[in-house]
Every structure is written in structure tokens, then in C-alpha cells.
Design a protein around this ligand. Structure first.
Ligand SMILES: [Fe+2]
Length: 305
């Protein structure tokens, strides 16, 4: 089994890099760590309480907006070759990153492969930390990049992949879609039933609920389309706000995520929530996100366009 330690980054293509940089810094509130040609690197971790900050947690690059990759690191960096062999054996062809690709990701080494839905996954060894604290252009109160919504063409099949080939555990289900943890955080991956692969949303944790509400009014004033919330998830207990970014990528702020203590791993039982709006928000907020709706609603939305 592959022992993932944490989620490290998301890399997403964009047809308009300057716009994406403007959005990530002035709207989301990330720090532009550096720009290298067609690549822009963003930092989000405030090191306090996290044992250091990741060199970067988001990359926008000039390219296809549907081209997404997600990076994870390993509990033991020395296991990268073993992990590559395991994936190959399980039928997932693996590519090693070139020296240049490793330098671009600020890692010693990495492998890339696809999950059963076709999502591009990268596993990195010895990624760089930084001692620098982020100094963003907008104070959104972000403490760190925390999780993603990952599209799945078959939620049950992909749950099996992440929980058997990897060390992921189910924290809860909404319908058939699992919220998966790889460490104590309630979920680092939220599977989203979809017809195509890719990242569905990118979550940053903020310091407190005041930050969520401040952003609610800030985004409203800036004319940013908010698609869900403010609300509270009954699954992870977080207060949240979802809004739309470049190429309709959804961003989320949330606060108060539940942790599952290692001593409770054995006794923890995932809960199953029905696929209904109240399973996503216990305050009554209704999502304007096709993947959050019942399949029939999503179908109707698609056929309406
Ligand atoms: Fe989320």
C-alpha cells in the first residue's frame, strides 16, 4: 500500500496566465511566489501550526484549461521506486519526472500516473519547504491549501483504488461519493461523480468564520460568482463558501475541518449521507454547482445549455 503523507499542490492550465495570476492573488488571496515563463507558482501556507510551509501549493501554466494534475508526497521519500513498481504492477503506467520537471516542481524526484478515471496524479519525494511566510496581496485569512474535489467517472471503483492501492480511508459518503482522508484531516480528496476527469474544486482553509463572511461581502462587491454558501458541511463540520474562478474552476474557503485522531482510526466509522442538498449544507444554502445536484438535475442543466 502506498503511504501518502499529504496533498502538496494542484497544477492547472489556463489560456490567460496574466488573468489567472490576477485572480489568484487579488481575489483568492494567494502569494505569487514566482513566475517562470509560462508557469506561475503560488504559496498559501502560513507555517504556524503546520510544521513549515510548502514551497508552493498551486501552479497555473499557459495551456489547456482542462489539463489538471494533483501532487502528493510520501511518508517515506525513499519509497518512490517501490511505489512506482507497485503502480506499474497494478496496471498504472508510471513516468518519472525529468531533472527539469523536478526543478520546476521544487522536488527531488516525482512519478506521474493516472488514476482509474484518468486524473493525472503525481507523487513527489523530498519536496521543498520554505521558511518564508506568505505575504499575499489580499488578506483573505488563508492558513493553508487543504483539499480538492476530484472528479470521478465511477465513484465506487475510484474509492476502491484510493483505499487499496493508497492509504486513503473513507471519512464519510455523500451518496456513493467518498470523502477520503490520508492523514488526520477529514478529507484531502472529495470524490465528485462526473463525466470527465479533473479537479472540481480547490479548498483553502481560513483562520475563522469572520474570514468566510468577510470574503462573502468582498466577492459580492467584486462581482465574483459565488456558487455555494456561506454554509456548513454536516460531514467535515466546516463553514464554507464556494466561488468560481478562471475557466469555471471552483475555489472554496472553509474553516473548522474535523480531524480524526490516529488513536480513533480503529473505532472510526464513516457515515453515509443521502445525495441531497441538506447533506452538503446544514444551514439550508443551495448549491449552484452541477456536481452537487442530483443526476437528474445535472442532466437537465446540461441539456438546457
Ligand atoms: Fe471542499
Amino acid at each position: 500500500m502506498i503511504d501518502l503523507y499529504d496533498i502538496r499542490y494542484v497544477r492547472i492550465g489556463t489560456s490567460n496566465l496574466s488573468h489567472a495570476i490576477e485572480y489568484a492573488t487579488r481575489i483568492v488571496g494567494l502569494q505569487l511566489a514566482r513566475r517562470e515563463g509560462k508557469y506561475a507558482y503560488f504559496r498559501s501556507d502560513n507555517a504556524a501550526g503546520r510544521g513549515g510551509a510548502r514551497d508552493h501549493t498551486l501552479v497555473y501554466f499557459e495551456g489547456d484549461p482542462t489539463d489538471h494534475a494533483v501532487g502528493f508526497d510520501l511518508r517515506s521519500a525513499s519509497e518512490l521506486d517501490k511505489v512506482a513498481a507497485q503502480l506499474e504492477k497494478a496496471g498504472h503506467p508510471v513516468q518519472y519526472g525529468s531533472r527539469e520537471q523536478c526543478e520546476m516542481r521544487a522536488v527531488e524526484a516525482f512519478i506521474a500516473f493516472r488514476d482509474p478515471s484518468g486524473n493525472k496524479i503525481e507523487i513527489v519525494a523530498k519536496p521543498f519547504q520554505t521558511g518564508e511566510r506568505p505575504f499575499p496581496a489580499r488578506d483573505a485569512g488563508i492558513t493553508h491549501f487543504s483539499h480538492i474535489g476530484l472528479r470521478t467517472l465511477d465513484a465506487k471503483r475510484d474509492e476502491l483504488f484510493w483505499t487499496t492501492a493508497m492509504n486513503a480511508r473513507v471519512s464519510d459518503w455523500i451518496g456513493d461519493a467518498a470523502l477520503l482522508r490520508i492523514n488526520t484531516v477529514h478529507h484531502s480528496l472529495a470524490l465528485f461523480p462526473s463525466r470527465y476527469p479533473g479537479v472540481q474544486h480547490i479548498n483553502h482553509q481560513v483562520r475563522d468564520i469572520d474570514d468566510v463572511m468577510r470574503s462573502y461581502y468582498f466577492l459580492q462587491e467584486k462581482g465574483v460568482k459565488m456558487v455555494f454558501g456561506p454554509g456548513r458541511h454536516p460531514t467535515s463540520s466546516t463553514c464554507f463558501l464556494y466561488f468560481e474562478g478562471p475557466d469555471r474552476m471552483v475555489y472554496e474557503y472553509s474553516v473548522g475541518v474535523k480531524h480524526i485522531d490516529p488513536k480513533d482510526e480503529e473505532s472510526y466509522r464513516p457515515r453515509r449521507f443521502p445525495f441531497a442538498p441538506e447533506s452538503f449544507c446544514m444551514w439550508g444554502s443551495r448549491p449552484d454547482i452541477p456536481e452537487f445536484r442530483k443526476e437528474s438535475d445535472a442532466e437537465r442543466a446540461r441539456s438546457a445549455h
